[in-house]
Design a protein around this ligand. Sequence first.
Ligand SMILES: Cc1cc2nc3c(=O)[nH]c(=O)nc-3n(C[C@H](O)[C@H](O)[C@H](O)COP(=O)(O)O)c2cc1C
Length: 286
Amino acid sequence: MKRILGIVSSQRVAGNSEILTKAAMEATGPDHKKELIRLTDLDIKSCKGCYNCLPPDVPCHIKDDLNYLLDKIRDADAVVLAAPSYFLGPQGSIKMLQDRFLSISNSFQEFSGKHCITIATYGMPGAKGYTEVALNVTARFLNLNLIDSDSFIGASPAEVLEDPRNLDRARQMGRGLIDPGYKRTPKVSECPVCWSDILRYDGSAIICPFCGTKGEIKVEEQVARLVFSPQADHRFSDEGRRQHFDVFLNRKKQEFIAKRHYYKKLQAPYLSMDWWVSPPGGSNSK
Ligand SMILES: Cc1cc2nc3c(=O)[nH]c(=O)nc-3n(C[C@H](O)[C@H](O)[C@H](O)COP(=O)(O)O)c2cc1C
């Protein structure tokens, strides 16, 4: 028996993301334990950027539901992560969650190997934006084993069900959650490492803005195609993660400690610009 966790980042009850998540989970069959979390119902507070959680075994001190969610992911064997496109990006709870991953930057190993699929929903043709990419990046920062991802069109709640191919696809993805050998191949339009189809061109090379993989555009017989040169130490590899979180951030933190009096002096004139306003009865933004 495997434990399948569905995380739905939409407040809509029986909305498109929820329906497809449930369809994917159901496709794993009755022998597996299923749990659903509506991410928008959890209290996930904003990261304060204090870096106190950088050392190993120092949990984030913010009191909210983050650790409940992380424990649920730790307990799960496989995870479905779903969100609708809101203004071309994922519904906001996804980013709020992602920003808190610093607190587990030393313990990503504990999530590795867990199969994950991501489900992005959107309503308007041509307006899916970067939601699927953002969900995939979330899964990759968590070090989950992303085995499939897709975007599904449907604006009104349950509209995704009007096209039976959507249900078939969600079920296919769901079956992959319990199939140890299942992993979709990257599309020709995607970075082969992290599957982003959003790419940057710096004037000479194509660069994946997420994992840093470089590529070039090759034209053969008037057909352009992307040719990538994946490196073993990309951002989502163990070494890339170590460079990002252990090496770079810890070095920055030590630098900050050494230079904090100097930085305080640089801050001083800006601290005195005390122009903050806040709603009546609300907290002061200082
Ligand atoms: C605030 C808001 C912003 C939205 N922005 C987009 C958008 O940028 N692109 C798009 O295609 N659909 C957009 N939609 C439509 C939703 O992505 C679509 O209805 C989706 O299926 C909702 O999923 P749900 O039923 O799981 O909540 C937006 C919907 C809302 C409520």
